[in-house]
Design a protein around this ligand. Sequence first.
Ligand code: IPE
Ligand code: IPE
Ligand code: MG
Length: 239
Amino acid sequence: MKNTNVPRHIAIIMDGNGRWAQARGLSRVQGHQEGVKRVEEVIRAAKKYSVKYLTLYAFSRENWQRPKEEVSFLMGLLSLYLDQKLREMKENNVIFNAIGNLSDLPEMIQEKIAQGMENTRANTGVHVTFAFSYSSRYEITEACRRIAEGVRAGKIKLEEISEETIAGHLYTANLPDPDLLIRTSGEFRISNFLLWQISYAELYISEKFWPEFTESEFLKALEDYQKRERRFGRTSPVL
Ligand code: IPE
Ligand code: IPE
Ligand code: MG
């Protein structure tokens, strides 16, 4: 892989745990368990290839509608993951961050998340953001509400509301926009992830289910990105 033109920020829709398991005669939750291992692997790969920001869609606000057994298994898995990995992240210089409507999560998990963010705040390595109970439309709706409140309170001038004002009220206010959006398991859809932020992201769809998305698959996505020509609405430099 070339060292130039590495995406600064990669966002990933980690999809296909259930289908991976079903194809092997396993239960869906075993797919989630295997998927957790790939989370580790892509964080390590991001560090190795000098990707500075990684944002991982772990659980959507819509995912609460799944059968309650699956939801509670996922919450248990998340709790275990935080217990096991937050310490490692601190030691490995990873900055841990979480976005989404976090108050929907069990309180114990909210506390672990807050603690993890606090404990890794001073780190300087890969910035890993997990999206939990995340919905992009909800995020934008909440931003509008808070901006409107700011106007009502006289803190924001109506005429001065800009794209930066909106971006600054999203959960991602402190993150650059993703350069590359990866979705696994071959689906060509965004499923309510970072709608505002991916305006000019390059898209990469992998046919692999998330539990199969190993370092070498991550590398394929990076190399594919490096061949892209980003234009941001301008003409091609060779024309
Ligand atoms: C992604 O895998 C993980 C979550 C959404 C929590 P899925 O559980 O969506 O797996 P498929 O898409 O049904 O195969
Ligand atoms: C998107 O996957 C959410 C996560 C990966 C956490 P889903 O499996 O929920 O999305 P749809 O239902 O296929 O659009
Ligand atoms: Mg899915």
